[in-house]
Design a protein around this ligand. Sequence first.
Ligand code: ATP
Length: 439
Amino acid sequence: MGSKATMDKIVSLAKRRGFVFQSSEIYGGLSSAWDYGPMGVELKRRIQDFWWREMTQLHDNIVGLDAAIMMHPRVWEASGHVEGFVDLMVEDTVTNERYRWDHLTDEERAAKKSPKGNPLTEPRKFNLMFKTHLGPVEDAGSIVYLRPETAQGIYVNFRNVQQTSREKVPFGIAQVGKAFRNEIVTKNFIFRTCEFEQMEMQYFVHPSEGDKWFAYWKEQRLAYYAKLGIDTSKLRFHQHGPDELAHYAKEAVDIQFEFPFGWQELEGVHNRTDFDLKRHSEYCGKDQSYLDEATKERYIPYIIETSAGLTRSVLMVLCDAYDEEEVEGETRVVLRLHPRVAPVTLGVFPLMKKDGLAELAQKLAADLQEDFPVFYDVSGAIGRRYRRQDEIGTPFCVTIDGQTMTDGTVTVRDRDTLAQVRVAATAVREYVGSRIVVG
Ligand code: ATP
């Protein structure tokens, strides 16, 4: 499943069914910025909820945070971003196309040739942070940055959160939010954009336990994707070699997914050591250490970071769920989404408008939408209504027909098997509820 996805098909379905639109499309679009439509916003929110539940509800010692996007500019000096959050950029001297130096192949770099075979300019450093000014005066003292990662909002709140929640190390802080990077090259739809969302959890541990917790979170995070229903043959780890490691990391692994354009990073798991809290202690002049009440030991915790892209996860989920099959001589396009993340759980249709079927169906839909996202649809042939729901990944469709009037039963159609079962209208809630539990 999912292997039938191509980027053209995904982009076209996303537009056709209201998942993702190009930003400012009526003005010709803004390069590489995207808007999430009625289905996209539901899918994104449900993926976020799935992650949030996994990280906070299912872990007693992980608490949430929602920090501001704009932070004190000193944060980004302490973190190393002002100095070091740079990519090397090169330009094709013939076509003027720009490339990230580290995205070229070894051969292209050695020959200083672009993928088109033309000579390249010398690599130039380019800082990815967006800068703006806070307040009415645009001088050096008013510079603020749009955060390039959500992590720093967690680090600067380490003591606030620890003291108010009274968590003891090891414990974690989870956050979901927007991040901004002035990427040299944005491509592949919503895969790499300048404005995106991250889901990050930073886990604070005793320095002697860094390796243990790194191994733990690496496995946990892979298991999470399996739980989300992602085809595990399309997931793998990529361990960073010494030349790939970021300045703050002792050990790092990427979780990669096989997108239609190849294996690419979905999430990074890093052992950041005590780098961040040490640097913040130094730069803000306030001690960021932790006192273990039991042993009276005072130390700066190590941080194990799990940093996943939310908008990138939306693309991964769409690519993984996309399927096509022949049904009665026609191609059926279906998104085999996990029922928990599908934008609509239940389609409710009267077979026909007349004979009181529409009223009955509306009543059932109103009742069920107390518990599930329901889509009521009365227009067009029933087959077409089913296909529309297949394309947005609705796992169940309930149809009210003549028999409903006599015995109170309805049919429930399963998106994946196409099997239809008759159940009492009053039992639909329980039937659907029992089938959408998280595995
Ligand atoms: P790269 O080297 O590919 O630019 P990175 O390794 O620096 O990215 P991280 O800083 O580890 O990325 O970011 C953590 C996660 O945030 C990534 O795994 C990805 O899912 C997401 N992410 C990072 N940059 C972008 C972007 N420009 N657009 C969408 N998602 C992104």
